[in-house]
Design a protein around this ligand. Structure first.
Ligand code: B12
Ligand code: SF4
Ligand code: SF4
Length: 278
């Protein structure tokens, strides 16, 4: 059986050796940024395709009917491999410097860094295939669908759906034992909230990670530090508003085009780099 360590090692090596994980001269906004690393080594967790939680994610209050379970993506699915790639200190510290201005590193990580994760998902598909295992990354496939405000996606028939997708990486990570949600709605892992997720579905039996929590907000202390949100999107009473966040991030597009980003709820907070102490 392929082990968790083998997957983690292959993924870490791919991230370390990928030229896209370092700021190139072409993308740099200033010379000092050239060569800076975007992601640290990842953590990997594994869930079962038979887990009952997958169906529960279709409930309207969870993700809704757009969500497709692992077996709906791949009939012979046995497991789901989820990974979290934490942002480097360069990315995180750069976004701590100002309450509003977005750090250069965060902008690269949001745009080029997300494109890179699509490549890393394809790398994982190929790596599993070289081990005789069929693998599919829903996010990197042409079947991935997401919608921001209601009606904004032509490919989604139900025009009432908003801020959802057919493969939500945080919910997938939650089922795979990676961590729990926070007040900011970011997923808090043992390496914190500042980073991004990816995943593949495989047709092989792998060692399942036990979930060490039962509540969706278990790791969050509700300290309220993420209410520093410059878009006023987070309150203790109502949680996080996707509409307010989205409209603020859109304003950032005007300032930082062709890039955008914000992420102030993920830095200078107790859950930035680990599970906060209660
Ligand atoms: C749409 C989207 C957005 C939208 C909406 C955000 C959202 N949370 O859905 C907008 C534009 C606002 C956005 C903003 C950002 N995003 Co975004 N976004 C996505 C995207 C494409 C889909 C998200 C999705 O499907 N949401 C589904 C809805 C249903 O999620 P939800 O409302 O938060 O879920 C709640 C309910 O499900 C509820 N719940 C109720 N009952 C139940 C029952 C069960 C069993 C469970 C599990 C949950 C549950 O709990 C959840 C938390 O409250 C994902 C990529 C992907 N494929 O996953 C990235 C993603 C969520 N974004 C990410 C990031 C980093 C950001 C930004 C920081 C980017 C930036 N601007 O710099 C901001 C900050 C967002 C934040 N504070 O959460 C990361 C998250 C990293 C993390 N640590 O959590 C993702 C996963 C991308 C990635 N590849 O890593 N994003
Ligand atoms: S800053 Fe505090 S309230 Fe916000 S998500 Fe992190 S632990 Fe939860
Ligand atoms: S990304 Fe920015 S606007 Fe959105 S919730 Fe976080 S701090 Fe607020």
């Amino acid at each position: 059986m392929i082990t968790l360590e083998q997957i983690t090692q292959a993924l870490s090596q791919a991230l370390r050796e990928s030229a896209c994980n370092y700021v190139s001269e072409q993308m740099a906004l200033c010379p000092q940024d050239v060569g800076q690393r975007l992601y640290d080594d990842p953590i990997v967790k594994i869930g079962s395709a038979d887990d009952e939680l997958w169906e529960e994610l279709k409930a309207p209050e969870a993700i809704g009917h757009l969500f497709r379970t692992p077996k709906e993506w791949m009939a012979q699915a046995k497991c789901v491999v989820s990974y979290f790639a934490p942002f480097s200190d360069y990315v995180v510290e750069g976004n701590c410097a100002d309450a509003v201005d977005v750090g250069n590193g965060w902008l690269y990580a949001r745009v080029e860094g997300q494109q890179m994760l699509t490549e890393i998902n394809h790398f994982l598909e190929r790596w599993f295939e070289s081990q005789g295992v069929k693998a599919l990354s829903p996010y990197a496939s042409d079947q991935f669908r997401y919608v921001f405000e209601a009606g904004s996606c032509d490919q989604i028939e139900d025009k009432s759906l908003s801020y959802t997708s057919n493969w939500s990486e945080r919910h997938v990570a939650y089922v795979c034992g990676m961590g729990t949600f926070g007040l900011s709605k970011g997923l808090i892992t043992e390496r914190g909230v500042a980073g991004r997720f990816g995943s593949v579905i495989v047709d092989a039996c792998l060692p399942i990670t036990p979930r060490s929590y039962s509540d969706i907000y278990e790791y969050c202390t509700m300290c309220g530090a993420c209410m520093r949100c410059p878009g006023g999107a987070i309150t203790l009473e109502s949680g996080k508003s996707h509409i307010a966040c989205s409209s603020y991030v859109n304003k950032m597009r005007e300032l930082y085009a062709p890039r955008f980003g914000c992420g102030k709820c993920q830095v200078k907070v107790p859950c930035q780099r680990g599970i906060p102490k209660k």
